[in-house]
Design a binder for this molecule. Structure first.
Ligand code: HEC
Ligand code: HEC
Length: 296
């Protein structure tokens, strides 16, 4: 915040408190004349008189108290522009302290599972309950609470894997993240629109749903030139780069002509964020076992 706005806020905040204070004193009816209550202001409406009593003492001192409290609060905590307060408190530092306390508390619990092999851990009921909670907190936003994925986010409960479903593959995915990258038109940047139609029909034919048999037949050549290098000659995919198997009828994107055409025309870029900076290696071990358990 610039100095100007910092001063602006401070002046208005303090000014308001002092204005309240002033108002209170300036309009105060002498407390010494307490006994002389029930003075009227002289106003009378329909026989109802308006009285001019002093403020009750308890109310008056409560008001004074809140002004003093406000000043004390502003001295200790951030509230006056850039002034941090004498306690040095901030939301962020409080949050970090809480995280540290929680980490210290839970890391012991996680630690007992950190060195258990993934396959074994996947059989452990209490570890998997923990895994489910970790998954809800860290992964469900993208993969869904039931891990069934969505368009662009892989389903983790089926047998189809982009990068492989062995324990070491899953650990690698979680620790390092993954970048799926399909260039537009694959290895054939000069592909014309007839060839796009052919190769899309060819891909559709893998799951028996091509629109045009002749085009699908012609698409074989286009596929061999532009696609086989990544998706494999039999279109079974390549886990080392995350090129999906195109024959298994499990789809990262849609399975219709339009979806596949879009993939071919524009390519796809996708990112699974690396978790090793956010989660401890024990937590990652538990999560890998949880993901493993979903399809085993
Ligand atoms: C910001 C979204 C996002 C979050 C959060 C996220 N993922 Fe992913 N994940 C993805 C995307 C997108 C992919 C696919 C990457 C690609 O297409 O190359 C992916 C891929 C994966 C894969 C590989 C699947 C395969 O078929 O090989 C696994 C396993 C996985 N995620 C597990 C997790 C776990 C466990 C967590 C929680 C710790 C998590 N992900 C959090 C977006 C996310
Ligand atoms: C450089 C490697 C590469 C080439 C060449 C390539 N692809 Fe891909 N393809 C990928 C990758 C990687 C993905 C996954 C993208 C992601 O993770 O989002 C993909 C995704 C796809 C998908 C989406 C699959 C699904 O499950 O939704 C289709 C369809 C596809 N490619 C078809 C083709 C066709 C047809 C060609 C040839 C014209 C081609 N690809 C060329 C790497 C490649």
């Amino acid at each position: 915040m610039s100095t100007f706005w910092s001063l602006w806020i401070s002046v208005i905040t303090l000014g308001t408190i002092f204005a309240c204070w002033w108002l209170l004193w300036a309009t105060r009816k002498g407390q010494s004349t307490d006994q002389e209550t029930d003075r009227t202001t002289g106003h009378s409406f329909d026989g109802i008189e308006e009285l001019d009593n002093p403020l009750p003492k308890w109310w008056f001192y409560l008001f004074v108290g809140t002004c003093i409290f406000a000043l004390g609060y502003l001295a200790l905590y951030p509230g006056l522009g850039n002034f941090q307060g004498f306690l040095g408190w901030s939301q962020h530092s409080q949050w970090q302290e809480e995280v540290q306390v929680a980490d210290a508390k839970y890391s012991e619990i996680y630690a007992q599972f950190g060195s258990v092999p993934v396959e074994e851990l996947a059989e452990n009921g209490s570890a998997m309950q923990m895994g489910q909670r970790l998954f809800s907190n860290n992964c469900a936003v993208c993969h869904g609470s039931a891990a069934r994925g969505a368009i662009g986010f892989p389903n983790l409960t089926d047998e189809a894997w982009l990068y492989g479903g062995e324990p070491e593959d899953i650990l690698h995915t979680l620790n390092n993240g993954r970048q799926g990258n399909m260039p537009a038109k694959g290895f054939m940047p000069a592909m014309n629109s007839a060839q796009v139609d052919q190769v899309v029909n060819y891909v559709l034919s893998f799951s028996g749903r091509e629109k045009d048999e002749a085009a699908a037949e012609a698409g074989k050549d286009v596929y061999a030139q532009g696609c086989a290098g990544c998706h494999g000659p039999e279109a079974k995919g390549n886990p080392s780069m995350g090129a999906p198997n195109l024959t298994d009828d499990a789809w990262l994107y849609g399975s219709t002509y339009e979806w596949i055409e879009e993939t071919v025309l524009y390519g796809r870029q996708n990112n699974m964020p690396k978790q090793s900076e956010r989660l401890s290696s024990d937590q990652i071990q538990i999560l890998a076992a949880y993901v493993y358990s979903l399809s085993n």
